[in-house]
Design a protein around this ligand. Sequence first.
Ligand SMILES: [Cu+2]
Length: 247
Amino acid sequence: MGLALLAIIWLITFVSTYFFVAQTWWLPHGASTAAFWIDKQFALTYLLMGIIFVAAQCGLGLFVWQYRERAGAKKVEYSHGNIKLEVPRERFAPAETGSVPVEVTGMQFAWYFRYPGADGKFGATNPKLMDPSSGSEAALGLDTSDPVAKDDVVTGTMYLPVNRQVDLRLRAVDVIHSFFVPNMRFKQDAVPGLEIHMHFTPTEIGDYEIACAELCGLGHYKMHGMLKVVSQDDFDKWFAAREAEKQ
Ligand SMILES: [Cu+2]
């Protein structure tokens, strides 16, 4: 029995390791400044953890066989870890000056993107004014009596200028969602009651899929959007057209 377990454990280990070495399922093409470093870290972590994984599984198979039930075996002793050594670590990094402020709001089951307009300030929103069936400004409950809200633009597609950092503020209306843009190597939960600041810098013009990476209800599967990374010129034109539509 011990020998059969050893064979099964080693077989599972080597077969599953093959899929990682052959990169059968891997990340999509990276198109942001973060991609190089995240991919580098990703590969390094996989390599180091892979070596440890294979060594640990080989050891597990060996020990299963070596310490199989035998007459006269000793009673085992287990370790329960050391909480004092498991110190959590937090890292803070503010957004660059000149970054593009965008508010991302997740709700069942859509993403909305708000741009503050020329004043650079987001206007007030009011939950009582929220009307998701009307979409855009109404979905977020934008308070149009607030002068600062007048030039706010709300869209269902995210536009960003290339090579400029975006200063995201992530919000959620109802339940936890997760703003996931695989090509930007970006994933962050959006939590009701919190405004979470994050940033990334797109480096390639193109269309990129946005998904919700947190199971958020029956319509979770269709909670996706599109990020269009365009030139600064095209971005300015697009934004001017959105402002004109509001008049
Ligand atoms: Cu969601």
